[in-house]
Design a protein around this ligand. Structure first.
Ligand code: SAH
Ligand code: SF4
Length: 347
């Protein structure tokens, strides 16, 4: 059966036309699902009874309810969702002062194989459907409405998976999230994090206006090849060229993510080369001290990494700041419940 949550507004309009219904019905249904949170066709009152009946014969409105909810000492909350086919995915809700950010998953596992990432070690199991992406957000939003005065304001596609590898489903999810009749998030508050799939970056930046985070992690191809295998396909020069071509509204900047791996990418020389590589591109840099994994399953399966000392991280930051960059250090939240970056493995 067709899940209406797999359709954006355009898709719904097409569907209703095929059913011989006027396009405004699509708008009514879209609004009922997202703005009013309806989960049952019977309760969508502007629709005639016969249409409600027909819809319930051919379509469903899926929902995701976590099979487990873990709350960290620092207030970070991890939802574990079991999908219809038994696979598990995670979303992480992170508190800030006055609002929340949700870290959303886009795939079960990931095909990109970055050497320091637990999700990467799983390999790709499958893409998430649009509905499975959207339902993570709907659940988090309703969870907060019940439990907390602060709203869900920011979304980051930084959970399990590489969002641009699941291009069509992610694009449809973004359209639903940004639509004023849909979940109505601001494009400034929706960030895609990508390992750097260049053709998809160029394409998506033409189709929707969102914020971008690029997982760079190294200032030269030799270092990056070692830890981010996809660099062999899209080397740094190609990636930097793409950033220069992507449209960016005034005052907006790319976020450059840089996982700090002891003895691999944290020397003074790396910092200086990074500063040079990013010259003339509007960026802010976010340093992510490596989070060790809890999983013992993969021991010995790849490289073992270590988090650098605090003073190493600070001096790396200082060098970049001296060159005029805005550089933040990501505070790892939720590490005690396996919810920090790179710790998501659906367990
Ligand atoms: N696939 C996308 C988004 C998911 S990963 C991407 O790679 O950008 C989200 C972020 O977590 C990425 O910047 C990734 O490099 C980082 N990350 C992965 N494993 C990590 C680890 N063990 N410690 C710290 N950050 C990690
Ligand atoms: Fe995939 Fe991102 Fe992990 Fe790389 S860091 S393996 S792209 S999830």
């Amino acid at each position: 059966m067709l899940d209406l949550k797999d359709c954006d507004l355009e898709g719904l309009k097409k569907l209703f036309l095929e059913m011989g219904e006027p396009a405004y019905r699509a708008k009514q249904v879209f609004q009922a699902i997202y703005a009013q949170g309806k989960t049952d066709f019977e309760t969508i009152s502007p629709l005639p009874k016969s249409l409600r009946q027909r819809l319930s014969e051919v379509a469903i409105l899926s929902q995701l309810v976590p099979s487990q909810t873990l709350v960290s000492n620092d207030g970070t909350t991890k939802f574990l969702f079991t999908l219809k086919d038994g696979y598990c995915i995670e979303s992480v809700l992170i508190p800030h002062n006055g609002y929340y950010t949700l870290c959303v998953s886009t795939q079960v596992g990931c095909a990109q194989g970055c050497r320091f990432c637990l999700t990467g070690r799983l390999g790709l199991k499958r893409h998430l459907k649009t509905s499975e992406i959207i339902n993570q957000v709907i659940w988090a939003r309703s969870f907060l409405k019940r439990k907390h005065p602060w709203p869900l304001r920011n979304l980051v596609f930084m959970g399990m998976g590489e969002p641009l590898h699941n291009y069509q489903n992610v694009l449809r999810a973004i359209k639903i999230l940004l639509d004023p009749l849909g979940l109505n998030f601001s494009h400034r508050r929706l960030t895609i994090s990508t390992v750097g799939l260049v053709p998809q970056m160029l394409k998506m930046s033409q189709e929707v206006n969102i914020s971008w985070a690029i997982s760079l992690h190294a200032p030269d191809d030799d270092t990056r090849n070692l830890i981010v295998p996809v660099n062999k396909r899209y080397p740094l020069a190609t990636l930097i060229e793409a950033l220069k071509r992507m449209p960016l509204p005034p005052r907006k900047r790319f976020t450059i993510e840089y996982v700090m791996l002891k003895d691999i990418n944290t020397s003074k020389d790396h910092a200086l080369r990074l500063a040079y590589l990013l010259r003339n591109i509007p960026v802010k840099i976010n340093l992510i001290p490596y989070n060790p994994h809890f999983s013992t399953e993969f021991k010995g399966a790849g490289l073992e990494f270590e988090r650098p000392e605090e003073r190493e991280i600070l001096s790396f930051q200082q060098i970049l700041q001296n060159k005029g960059y805005t550089v933040t250090i990501r505070k790892s939240k939720g590490a005690d419940i396996g919810a920090a970056c790179g710790q998501l493995d659906g367990k």
